[in-house]
Every structure is written in C-alpha cells, then in structure tokens.
Design a binder for this molecule. Structure first.
Ligand code: ARG
Length: 312
C-alpha cells in the first residue's frame, strides 16, 4: 500500500485525552452452543472445532475481567441453532436517545446462516425495555452488521464492503439523525470494521490501514488525531484491534510489544485475556461484546436529517 500521510498533529503527544464516555455497558452471549459449522470468513474451518469447555472458561474470564473493571455485562442466552451468536457485537447497534430511551438497530446479516440470531436478540431487547428497528430484514433491504459501526468524536464511522452495504449507511444516518463516515473495507481477513479500528479515547484509536482501500484508509487516519497504527500482521495474527476499552484499560486478546509500548506511553493499561478458542470462528474480544451505552447528544451529535460522508 502506498505511504499514507498523517495529520500534522499526529506526532507523539503528551497531553492525555479524555477517556471514552461509552464502553461501560455490554451485551454478550454465553457460548453454550459455539461451534464452527460453516465457512463465512477466512478463519473458519469446520475441521478445527473449538474446545467447548475451554471456550466457556475463556468467555467467563473475559466477562469477569470486564466486570472487575466496573463494566456492566448483560448476558443473552445462545440459540442452539446459531453457533456464531456468541459474536454479540454483530447483533445490532444500541444507543440511548435524547429522551433517555434505549434503542437498537438490529443487524441484517449478510449470510443467511446468521440471520436467525437477530430474531432472538430482538425478542430479548424488547423484553428488556429497548425500542428496536431495522434497516433491512430477512434478506430484504441493505445488510448491516453492527461490528462495522463505531461512535467516533460525535459521529458514526461505519465500514462497508464485505458485510455491511453502503445503502445501510444512509438508513443509519437518517434513523439516528447523525453523521456517518463510510470507510470501504477491502481486506478479506478484516471483514468487519472492529477487526481494524478500535476507539481508545477521544483522540486516539487503533487503526489498521491495510484493511481499507487507499482513500478510506486516508480518511480514517484523517479522522483520528493520534492514530496507533497497526500493521496488517499485528491486526491479523493477534486480533489486537478487536479489543475493548474501559476507561484507561484496554482489554486485548494479545498485544505485540510494540503496540503495548505505544499504548502505555499514551497512558493506557493493557490487560490481556486469552479468547483463542473464539479466534477459530474469526472473532475476538470486541466481537464477543457489544457496547450499548452510546448516548445521542453526548457521544453522537444530532444532525438534522442525518448525513453520509464517503471518501472521494
Ligand atoms: N464467524 C463470525 C462471522 O463471520 C465472526 C464474527 C466476528 N465478529 C465481529 N464483530 N467481527 O460473522
């Protein structure tokens, strides 16, 4: 990939930025039926099944770690016929609206193998006081997978290409009344934005430019004042962008020494939790947890009618 220019202000900085105000309340799905049953990403191989007991222990250790850091984790039961449902990040995009009401846009999964997951998530959310909506459903309308969507500095950043379709960005912008920055994902191994982008605080995010086409990689680097840039190898072999941040603690599946140094210099503490059994399905810590405490008017800036910005 050609050299990408960085914003002038991305020089190593001393002043520490405000922590993310979201990331203290998650949904997760207990892995009672986790298997690799089909192949919808390059990591999946039905000949290499997760060890059920080890996966269960790893998942509980992850949840205990998040709770130990003060985060709330609500647990949904896994459907027996939905082996990928453990990757709760993809169930939908949740937020709290200006009136304080809990809202969620349910995902419309690209692959039919995962579509039944949202029916269960929908019922659970409704029963727990959420108002739900869809941008597409049952194969009709654009695909949206919530692992492609993050709040970033007042707007949403949404990846499209392998899973989410560009048209979904328009719906999200209008339905939430926010600005959406679209970034086109081109790397087959980083098929969701959460495999290549992780907001860390109000100025910093992990970014793996190799996941995107050149214009999108540049657009994303331009959106992040102090990007912590990951190599393709770091993002792919250690899933290190697929991490979760609670305050100043980054909970990571693995952390290459170089990345740890950058994070610690920026005032973060790194906690590594092994969720290797889940890598067999193509997801890690972020995929297993879905943050639902975004607040419209705090983390997302209302924009009348919504707006989509795509890289040139
Ligand atoms: N097997 C799942 C799929 O391909 C993995 C999902 C990973 N989740 C994520 N948020 N990146 O859909």
């Amino acid at each position: 990939m050609p050299a990408l220019s960085r914003p002038a202000e991305s020089a190593p900085s001393a002043p520490s930025a405000a922590s993310l105000p979201w990331g203290r309340h998650y949904l997760a799905v207990e892995p009672t039926h986790f298997r690799v049953e089909y192949v919808i990403n390059p990591f999946m191989d039905p000949a290499d099944q997760p060890d059920r007991a080890v996966a269960f222990r790893q998942w509980h250790a992850m949840v205990d770690t998040l709770r130990g850091l003060g985060a709330e984790v609500d647990v949904l039961p896994q459907r027996a016929d939905a082996p990928d449902m453990v990757y709760a990040m993809n169930l939908g995009l949740g937020w709290v609206d200006a009136a304080g009401e809990r809202r969620a846009v349910l995902s419309h999964m690209r692959y039919p193998q995962r579509r039944m997951e949202t029916a269960s998530a929908h019922a659970w959310l409704r029963d727990h006081g959420w108002r739900t909506s869809y941008v597409g459903r049952d194969g009709v309308g654009p695909h949206l997978e919530a692992g492609d969507a993050f709040a970033w500095r007042g707007d949403l950043v949404v990846g499209y290409g392998p899973r989410t379709e560009e048209l979904a960005l328009k719906h999200l912008a209008t339905d939430l009344g926010v600005r959406v920055h679209g970034v086109r994902i081109t790397h087959p191994g980083m098929y969701h934005l959460d495999l290549a982008f992780c907001p860390l605080d109000e100025r910093r995010a992990l970014v793996c430019p190799s996941a995107f086409d050149e214009a999108s990689a540049q657009a994303l680097l331009d959106l992040v004042p102090e990007p912590v840039v990951l190599t393709e190898e770091e993002a792919l072999t250690s899933f290190c962008a697929n991490s979760v941040v609670v305050g100043r603690t980054v909970v990571m599946p693995a952390c290459p020494g170089r990345v740890r140094g950058l994070l610690e210099d920026a005032g973060f503490e790194v906690v590594v939790v092994d969720v290797s059994e889940f890598h067999k399905g193509g997801g890690s810590i972020r995929c297993l947890t879905n943050p639902v405490d975004l607040v419209l008017g705090r983390d997302l800036e209302p924009v009348v009618g919504g707006e989509v910005l795509l890289p040139a």
